[in-house]
Design a protein around this ligand. Structure first.
Ligand SMILES: CC(C)(COP(=O)(O)OP(=O)(O)OC[C@H]1O[C@@H](n2cnc3c(N)ncnc32)[C@H](O)[C@@H]1OP(=O)(O)O)[C@@H](O)C(=O)NCCC(=O)NCCS
Length: 219
């Protein structure tokens, strides 16, 4: 069975993230932009969605790093029940990156910079899982509100953001250079507002139910 994990993005993920990104956007970021974000932006948070085969938890090949005494330690980690496996212990060969998302905090505002899921996996709640994880991280980082830009014709992404109470508060004219399309500027409510918290908890509970046994978050 296939499962999905959301975990922090690492340098070695960048090539695979770029591949998925090319499926998602007409003007993907250069890989150097991701490298810079991961290396230099201490207020940035980037996450990936990986597809993992169940046997990844037990099928361990010793690596150079886990030679000798390290092997036992590594095997011990892999044999933990799936739900408790630390993501760092899943061998790279057993996971496939199928989505990504990122944001950065400026003062007390979190800006969602990117989000995408491989085309053939859309419509199952996985993009929502990435987005909800960003909201969790924004709250953890002390953001008061979250904002983002979205193409005026990107109705599916807008529906996702509206589901979490985001509203349009402006337009950036000709924001996208490939076709001069306008961007809607969307904002969340104040994250600590009871209305936001109530809605967020309801949406999150429904999502957890939908993805129960299929997806986990390790951030
Ligand atoms: C936006 C994106 C990440 C959504 O990912 P996804 O996995 O397909 O979305 P989910 O299945 O989690 O859907 C969550 C919600 O989004 C909205 N949504 C997603 N796809 C939709 C569609 N085709 N039509 C209408 N609403 C849609 C719905 O509100 C949905 O909630 P529901 O399942 O209760 O109806 C995905 O479409 C994508 O990668 N698009 C290309 C990249 C992109 O446009 N990124 C956004 C840039 S601002």
């Amino acid at each position: 069975m296939t499962r999905y994990i959301v975990r922090p993005m690492r340098f070695e993920d960048i090539e695979a993230v770029s591949e998925v990104e090319r499926e998602c956007f007409t003007t993907p970021w250069p890989t150097s932009a991701y490298r810079r974000e991961l290396r230099d932006n201490r207020m940035g948070r980037y996450i990936v969605l990986t597809e993992v085969q169940d046997n990844a938890t037990v099928d361990v090949e010793p690596t150079a790093e886990s030679n000798g005494g390290g092997v036992r330690r590594a095997v011990g980690q892999f044999l933990r029940p799936f739900s408790r496996v630390a993501t760092s212990t899943i061998p790279r060969s057993k996971e496939r990156i199928v989505g990504f998302a990122g944001m950065w905090l400026m003062l007390d505002e979190a800006h969602v910079t990117t989000i995408g899921v491989k085309r053939d996996l859309r419509g199952q709640g996985l993009g929502e899982l990435l987005f909800a994880t960003l909201l969790d991280l924004a709250m953890e980082m002390g953001a008061r509100r979250v904002t983002l830009e979205v193409r005026v014709t990107n109705y599916s992404a807008q529906a996702l953001y509206r589901k979490y109470g985001f509203r349009e508060e402006g337009v950036r004219r000709r924001y996208y250079s490939d076709n001069n399309e306008d961007a809607l500027i969307m904002w969340s409510d104040r994250l600590e507002a009871p209305e936001f918290q109530t809605r967020y908890r309801e949406m999150r509970a429904a999502l957890d139910e939908r993805l129960s046994g299929i997806a986990e978050v390790h951030t």
